[in-house]
Design a protein around this ligand. Sequence first.
Ligand code: KG4
Ligand code: ZN
Length: 351
Amino acid sequence: MLGIESSCDETAAAVVKDGKQLLSNIVATSMDLHAQYGGVVPEIAARSHIEAVIPVVKQALADAQCTWDDIDAIAVTYGAGLGGSLLVGVMTARTLAILHNKPLYGVNHVEGHVYANFLTSTPLPDYQLPDQQPKFPLLALIVSGGHSQLALFQNHFDYTLLGQTQDDAIGEAFDKVAKILGLPYPGGPSVGAKALEGNPHAYTLPKARLAGKYDFSFSGLKTAVLRLAQEQVGKDYSLPSFELPGLLNEAQKADIAASFQRIAIETVVDKALQAYEEFQPASVVIAGGVAASPELRRQLAERLPIPIAYTDRKLCTDNGAMIATLGCYHVLHNRPVADPYKLAIAPNLSM
Ligand code: KG4
Ligand code: ZN
């Protein structure tokens, strides 16, 4: 299965065999172009995808030592994501499906993140994969720049969305906090690194309480960090956030980063634990960019009664391997093929 992913700022393609073996995984990112703006600029992302997509697909086939004859089908992310970005991947996949006469599968990006956990072997160097696939029922905590969801899978394509964020995603909160502290984009790794120098109990920050038992909210926490930073430099609440990095000292930045990270991660771990106790799943997986967070892994290991098998950090952020893997299960479960002349993008696709 060739998987193509272009929903945000990564242009990615990969080849996966039988839904469990990773044969290649190529990711080109336009992240550096967005860094100066502190977040992804949709127009820049879309243009970068156009330049990168064909070389990335070619490299994915070459690394997998495949020709088009070896490819049985193509899977592509058709949502959720940025419209212009999704269009590039989808139009490329449609064209390749027609050109090479391959069945085409439209894949949900957020479901795809979960499937990164189903890869268990690879001839590629530098990948650490779990020995076994996760077992059903499976509790999935999906935490990325665009999504924060808890879902319970009874089987492939048979799942219930237990809860989700009502406003910002957790990764987005990391990215905004990085901006307030003057740390580079993406905020997850940079806030995480700064937090190592700080005291996670230096400041008290709020945890949102919501009507939905498994729902999340991160916008209040984000505002609380802004107010805290303003307070630290003289209590002027009208101070614009772009002036804060120049006024906060390094110790204050580290303490804010550590306190924010502790609360943000605790928020999702609390809910995952609550869902674990209620549903007693056979396995728990984490997925999405924030699943790369060492602090998330530390808190889960400390609090969850069963061990979690983590996939490689390179498969947590956006990639084609997760899309190709989910594509394999579309085939194995006789899901409908997409019309290569018609497959449309769905920027607001939900789980
Ligand atoms: O899954 P992803 O690549 O894209 C989306 O589908 O959103 O996730 C990107 C998000 C960003 O917000 C980034 O700050 C966060 O994942 N992230 C991390 C880490 N690496 C990436 N967050 C915490 N710790 C990390 N090591
Ligand atoms: Zn993603």
